[in-house]
Ligand binder design. Structure first.
Ligand SMILES: [Zn+2]
Length: 83
């Protein structure tokens, strides 16, 4: 699986799963999208990243820049088992 931390997206070469960091959390945790957003926020806040309050209607950040909080090294953020 490939993770582009700069764009905040991932792509699985095995099964073709792809999406944003939020989608990855959703898949990993088996939670819904809103819950994944909350988890992402808390992860980022734990790392001291300033997270702007989420807009109500969706997570639309087209030109989202680097998300240092979601980079490697996160103990809670290592994808379980590569397939
Ligand atoms: Zn996969």
């Amino acid at each position: 699986m490939r993770v582009n931390a700069e764009k905040g997206v991932f792509y699985c070469h095995s099964c073709g799963a792809a999406g944003t960091a939020i989608h990855l959390i959703k898949l990993m945790e088996g939670c819904d999208f809103a819950d994944a957003e909350r988890r992402a926020e808390s992860i980022l806040r734990e790392r001291g990243v300033d997270v702007p309050s989420r807009s109500r209607g969706g997570y639309q950040r087209p030109g989202v820049s680097a998300q240092p909080g979601l980079r490697a090294g996160g103990r809670r953020y290592v994808p379980p088992g590569r397939r």
